[in-house]
Design a protein around this ligand. Structure first.
Ligand SMILES: Cc1ncc(COP(=O)(O)O)c(C=O)c1O
Length: 363
């Protein structure tokens, strides 16, 4: 075997631990008793309308998917007030990050990201042998002016996760507009809006208005994994200028998004009741954790997503102690946050179980 030298040094993403794996390791028989709040999934489950649509389509699964995702593209284009040529679907928004790396990054170029931002950006830069420039995040918030200042002639991509994972923090709409307006032409801004549907309305920057106005160097990424509860199906999308979308489409495999994912996403877009219920659950859960954690002296970071970063101290130990109590959260030491854990918002009963376990450990 003669792998390329640089591949040997690549780091691997540490995902939230699967329930079955934790149950096997710790000898828990009752899998249903385990609360996994480690991957920012929607604990309400998929939209019932999506489930019904998927069930109806089962007998058609001998067919290849529509690689162009015609119906989904039409529907989403109308909803977002963009042209269908401005949309591209991926196997999760994750795959779209890989497409961006494929098209823009190589040795000698760099990608700029926040020091505490979603690590897939770093992993993709490494995969294409590009350098990553990490910009400090005061109070865990992206410093967009500092990110602009960090741009070099070799910069190809700047990633802004808004809200950011794992911190939950947001930049203001004004700061986002200023950032996009000042961006030099040789750099693409990736505005990663994986949690867009869950953000408080008044704090949502309008990134698409810049794209509608014809800006070529801004791309928004969104997903059906979070608010829409379809993480297992792997479907996300990019919105950008047709020229940029066309370039990304060139590196896409013909059938990258499954038929089932397209069918479920189409139905989920219609299920406004499920989305409203999800939003209400998340809002209520955030208030619950903010109040309960404050009451035991644990600081939290203001969040616009379906998770909350809690400063418990000894993050990795707390993660392990919680696992023994059938609760899986996410340690965030790989993000330079050894004193925090990230807790995804669940149902009220799940949130209660997480809090009771935390109280026991921190008492
Ligand atoms: C900021 C951010 N971007 C992208 C993703 C990837 O989501 P998916 O590939 O499931 O669409 C995530 C998932 O955790 C995320 O938090």
């Amino acid at each position: 075997m003669k792998p390329k030298e640089w591949v040997k040094n690549l780091r691997v993403y540490e995902p939230g631990r699967p329930i079955e794996e934790v149950a096997r390791e710790l000898g828990f028989d009752d899998i249903d008793a385990i609360v996994k709040v480690a991957s920012n999934e929607n604990e309400l489950g998929p939209s019932p309308m999506a489930i019904e649509a998927m069930q109806k389509s089962l007998a058609e699964m001998h067919r290849y998917p529509d690689g162009g995702a015609f119906y989904l593209k039409q529907k989403l284009a109308e909803k977002l007030d963009v042209a269908p040529e401005q949309l591209l679907f991926g196997c999760g928004s994750n795959e779209l990050i890989v497409f961006l790396g494929h098209v823009f990054l190589e040795s000698g170029t760099n990608l700029i990201m926040g020091a505490e931002a979603f690590s897939v950006y770093f992993l993709v830069a490494a995969m294409y042998q590009a350098e990553t420039i990490r910009v400090p995040m005061p109070e865990h918030v992206h410093d967009l002016d500092a990110m602009l200042r960090a741009i070099t002639p070799e910069t190809r991509l700047v990633a802004v996760c808004n809200p950011n994972n794992p911190t939950g923090t947001m930049v203001s709409p004004e700061a986002m507009d200023r950032f996009i307006e000042q961006l030099p032409d040789h750099v693409i801004a990736i505005i990663d809006e994986a949690y867009f549907e869950l953000m408080p309305e008044e704090q949502k920057p309008d990134v698409l208005k810049h794209i509608r106005a014809g800006r070529k160097n801004v791309i928004a990424l969104r997903t059906f994994s979070k608010a829409y509860g379809l993480a297992g199906l792997r479907i996300g999308y990019a919105v950008g200028h047709p020229e940029l979308i066309g370039l990304l489409n060139k590196v896409r495999q013909p059938f990258n998004v499954s038929t089932m994912a397209q069918i479920a996403a189409l139905a989920a877009l219609d299920d406004t009741a499920h989305l409203a219920q999800t939003r209400a659950m998340v809002e209520q859960g955030i208030r619950f954790f903010e109040e309960e954690l404050a009451a035991i002296g644990v600081k939290t970071v203001p969040t616009g997503a379906n998770f909350i970063l809690a400063e418990t101290g000894r993050g990795r130990e707390i993660f392990q102690e919680l696992q023994k109590r059938q609760v899986i959260v996410r340690p965030v030491d790989p993000y330079g946050l050894p004193n925090h854990v990230r807790i995804s918002i669940g149902t009220p009963a799940q949130n209660r179980k997480v809090m009771d376990a935390l109280k026991e450990i921190l008492a």
